[in-house]
Write a new protein. Sequence first.
Length: 614
Amino acid sequence: MVFQGTVQYANILLSHWGSDNYGWTKKENGNPTDPQLILVINNVIQEYGNSKFITAKATLCFMKKNNYTYVYNSSKKYYYLYCILAAVILIAIILMMKTFFSFSKSAAAKTYMKMLKAVIRTKLSFFDTTPQGRIINRLVKDTDSVDFTFSRFFIVMTMMLISIVGMIISICALSWPCVFVIVPSIIIYMLLFSRFRSITPQLKRLESNSRSIVFSLCQEVIDNLTTIRAYNVQQNFRDSFRARAFDNVNIQYYSNSISKWMSFRMTLMGAAMAFLIVFVAMIIAPFSPSIAQYAGLIVIYGYNIQNQMIVTIEMITNTEQEMPAIERMVEYQQLEDESVDIAPKVNVPKVENNQGIAIENLVMKYRPELQPALNGVSIKINPKEHVAIVGRTGSGKSSLAITLFQLYKPESGFNIQIGDEQLQSLNLYEARRKIAIIPQEPYLFSGTLRQQLCEFTRNKAEGIPTTGLERIPDEKIWSLLEVVQLAEYVKQQPGGLDCLIVGNGDNFSSGQRQLVCVVRALLRDSQIVILDEATAYVDHETDQIIQKIVKEYLKDKIVLSIAHRLDTVLGMDKVLVMDQGKVAEFGTKEDLMKINDGIFKELIQKAGIIIETE
């Protein structure tokens, strides 16, 4: 407001400057006084008549005849005043821009970090139901819109609106009849704009959704490129991509067409308004002596208003089109939190299980509208017991492991107790530290090998709190690498334990990545270790290494092995057979083989494995 007020005052000052610094003066007597000029003009009117043109021409002749001259007054007060105003305008612009962009940068950073934190900490079901392309679109395109596009449009829109208001006030103050032109023009502008803005936000949302679909398809193709080439269906995906890309381009075309439609009508309306303002100023000029002094300023303002009105409407439209990006980011900020750092208030009776696992009537659904993945599971696992979990596809094997990590909240019956502690009474971070997993598909984070294996080192490198963590000695890491037969390979890498792991461990083979995950689980020293089909994609030699580690180094731990290869159950103490989310059979393998028509017995016989029974 200070900036715009100063600009308007400076423009009016220029009009005063031009009129005050030129005038008639008598060469020998100095400037004539106002009464002298009035007397001269009256004499001219009496002598030559009252016609305006004749009077003006006669005044000029009379002034020259009586030794008057039209000269420039070199008073410097306007110079000084205008320099001061220019300095004020410059300072106001600098302060305004600095304040706005500082605020914009801070707000955008807070919005992004809050959204990112919400996405990272939300429930896993969100990632099962939300396409990856949509998440990428939020984290990349929408963030770019908020950081740059929205900020730029908003500051231009704000400056244009203030400038237009300032010029309208100035025109009305200098020539009040122009109000009858400006007010109807603004009403027509608003009617056109309201019709325009009823369509553009919907088009923007459609464009964003169609772009997310394109991103999702690209991600799917990248993730499954080998399979696509193996089945020779590249052309199908090309056609699908082309169709989705065309949909996105068509929506952009319609959006641009509507913008051109609006711009054309705004230009016509602005030209008409500028013409009417000038026309009104010309009509009332003879009746208002001050109009002649400010006529040039009024004409310029009339022309500028129509130009800036077009820009303002465009900026308002663009700002509104970018608003859905903020809405979507705010929507992601409100994702349901896992409450990792908060211990839930529960009152579950403790079970005397002597540091084992007790699960009672466990019911779990992946989503409320789906059937239970686990339905009434009740088992008790003794300390140091190794249990193989087997069953057909979809029987609930992995669902049980997921529930132990509390990735999905059970409907009821969740009771895991280790010693005197119940996992469900701890916050999720502490509860999950008591369980380690060796996954089916090994994943390594970017960084050094030491950071993969030592949580203290990784958290310290990434600036994450290391409370409750200890640095693992190199000797312990090397000893376990010797056990999994990776020590020689690591020693050959530049930096040894500090060798870089890139792109999910692409510089390691699949089997080596799995062995690194095994070492990571051993160093974690958790009381429960889950093997989620850990040997499904490794060779026989690596399988034997993992089985040896389970027997020798995890003999004091509770081990739950989700078995893909049935021969791996032979070394387990007990076998848990899952079927349709329920416990079908549970006991030693010898006892289960005695059950006629038992599921485990059927699976073993089909696999051609012989298990001796007493």
